[in-house]
Design a protein around this ligand. Structure first.
Ligand code: NAD
Length: 337
């Protein structure tokens, strides 16, 4: 069965391609390499023994998207990862984000709904909940006004999918990720942040290697046990597996609604200081860090209630924070060696 993975050479996409191939799916990866490298294909091949088909397409080009779906009429599912994802950059350049994250989705949907099977898995985010009132966060927590154009593109994307499903054959699963971290345990694929990492774990691993002087911890006066922000860190391989399960649900027509939403997290919140301590334990080295003022836009706490994903989707995160930090550390050392 042929599955299209947009952004298939990116961080979460590449791990999902591996899991799809392990389950016997035929994968066509689309990527314009704007935030990834062509060598990722070799990493995937070294893990699975197979290189996925690859199309270097910029999904902002409507004609190219049309051409692609004309060529691949036997596609039975699309997993749409391709997007720009830097919150700060989205504030600086909102049109880039609306063009890349919204236009591309529209072009894909326009072609998908012509297919006999229009099954879409969409990468959404826990940012849609903003600072939720209740922890852990359930899927029926209200969607809060977006705090950035990036966050807004995820909300708009979800709304577009609901509207299109209303009047077409589209079936979709919206996956709201909490904080994906880690790398494949083989260290053949992982995260490749360009420039200064925006996320905690790549910043930690780069600091531990001496590429950055010290880690800045943004605020230790939050109303949490140790004063630092709390997030739900999920291993990227667990996350990738959830995509395969969600896709199989659509292919088996086991979905209860045309559009379903699932939180993907571990259900456990970890503070920034807890992540640092866990990293020091797995790497056996001290991490230089300093406390700096709070960063605007950071919510205090966000961790998932995973009951719906566990019970309805039949998926549960298996790997621990320590597993993820160990794999991220192995990957960082390998790419810098
Ligand atoms: P990533 O940047 O590693 O992967 C995205 C891939 O899409 C990249 O390889 C990039 O080259 C490609 N791409 C971007 N624009 C494209 C275009 N116009 N045409 C073709 N390819 C294009 O990001 P990721 O961390 O793997 O995230 C995947 C998805 O998950 C994104 O939609 C992101 O918003 C969402 N998400 C990520 C996180 C996270 O923390 N990583 C959290 C929540 C949601």
């Amino acid at each position: 069965m042929k599955i299209v993975v947009t952004g298939g050479l990116g961080f979460i996409g590449s791990h999902t391609v591996v899991e799809l191939q392990n389950e016997g799916f035929e994968v066509v990866a689309i990527d314009n390499l704007s935030n990834s490298s062509i060598e990722v294909l070799d990493g995937i091949e070294r893990i699975t023994g197979k290189k996925p088909l690859f199309e270097n397409i910029d999904l902002r080009e409507k004609a190219a998207v049309q051409e692609f779906f004309k060529k691949h009429t036997d596609v039975v599912g699309v997993i749409h990862f391709a997007a720009s994802k830097a919150v700060g950059e989205s504030v600086e350049n909102p049109l880039l984000y609306y063009e890349n994250n919204v236009n591309a989705l529209v072009y894909i949907l326009q072609e998908m709904i012509k297919l006999p099977k229009a099954n879409l898995i969409f990468s959404s985010s826990c940012t849609v909940y903003g600072q939720a009132e209740k922890m852990p966060i359930t899927e029926d927590a209200s969607v809060q006004p977006a705090m950035s154009p990036y966050g807004n593109t995820k909300q708009i994307g979800e709304e577009i999918i609901f509207d299109v499903a209303n009047v077409t054959n589209l079936n979709s699963v919206l996956l709201r990720y909490f904080n994906p971290i880690g790398a494949h345990s083989s260290a053949e694929i992982g995260e490749l942040p360009l420039g200064v990492p925006q996320n905690l774990v790549p910043f930690i691993t780069q600091t531990a290697l001496g590429l950055r002087k010290e880690l800045s911890v943004f605020g230790n006066d939050y109303p949490t046990e140790d004063g630092t922000c709390i997030r739900d860190y999920i291993h990227v391989v667990d996350l990738a597996k959830a995509h395969v399960i969600a896709l199989q649900r659509l292919l088996k027509e086991a979905n209860q609604e045309q559009v379903e939403i699932f939180n993907l997290g571990t259900g456990t919140g970890s503070s920034v200081l807890e992540v640092i301590t866990a990293f020091e334990k797995v790497s056996g080295q001290k991490l230089p860090y300093k406390i700096v003022p709070r960063r605007s836009g950071d919510v205090i706490s966000a961790y998932a209630n995973t009951d719906k994903a566990n019970d309805v989707l039949g998926w549960k995160a298996k790997l621990t924070l320590e597993d993820a930090l160990e794999d991220a550390w192995k990957w960082e050392k390998k790419i810098r060696s």
